[in-house]
Ligand binder design. Structure first.
Ligand code: ZN
Length: 203
């Protein structure tokens, strides 16, 4: 199983980090050891002083495929959940400056908390999937799949040109604006439509 993450997929978030809008989806990967499940607490690693949350829709690949055409890509995912793409923003800034890979900032252990996957068919409107994240009870991120620059189908089609997608792979599809730092004692709760999906502590 692999975890693919899309960067800069919402205009408002690309702007808040002063990043240019991409012509094609920008992606990177996390290893399976990044997963954090069952609302276990996230422990701030000692190599960073600036861990940011990024709340994202996460789709699960349901069928193996390579070079998947966009018009057929809808057949290659069937479940969705919410996840946090934890990012060591201080390390990422240094990586960007030096043109280095992002793994130390993005792929570290437990950097990908996720909730349980639910079938897309259970959503009110699979074309406009709304989500939000509350930090200590205050809503800090609000998103909708209709605001993504690259749709789920476009992302699957693009990534599968380079990487064979297998059943069970996950794709984090990018974060809307409102990213920010977490500190010890913070509580993250995240909702997909009106369902509470994540509820865990930062330690
Ligand atoms: Zn992200």
């Amino acid at each position: 199983m692999k975890i693919i993450c899309i960067g800069r997929n919402y205009v408002d978030h690309a702007k808040e980090l002063n990043n240019p809008l991409p012509e094609n989806p920008l992606f990177f990967m996390k290893p399976d050891t990044a997963l954090l499940i069952r609302n276990r607490p996230f422990y701030i690693p000692d190599f960073s002083n600036e861990i940011h949350y990024e709340t994202e829709l996460v789709i699960k690949i349901s069928k193996n495929g390579k070079n998947i055409q966009e018009k057929f890509a809808g057949n290659y995912y069937d479940k969705i959940t919410l996840g946090i793409d934890f990012t060591a923003r201080d390390l990422q800034k240094k990586c960007k400056e030096k043109g280095h890979p992002w793994e130390i900032a993005k792929a570290f252990d437990n950097s990908a908390p996720i909730s349980t996957f639910i079938p897309l068919s259970e959503l009110h409107n699979p074309k406009e999937i709304k989500f939000h994240m509350d930090l200590n009870g205050n809503t800090v991120q609000n998103g909708s799949s209709k605001d993504m620059i690259f749709s789920f189908e476009k992302v699957i089609s693009y990534v599968s040109q380079f990487i064979y997608l297998k059943m069970g792979d996950m794709i984090f599809t990018g974060t809307p604006a409102g990213v920010g730092k977490v500190g010890i004692g913070d509580r993250i709760t995240a909702y997909l439509e009106d369902r509470k999906m994540l509820d865990f502590m930062i330690k």
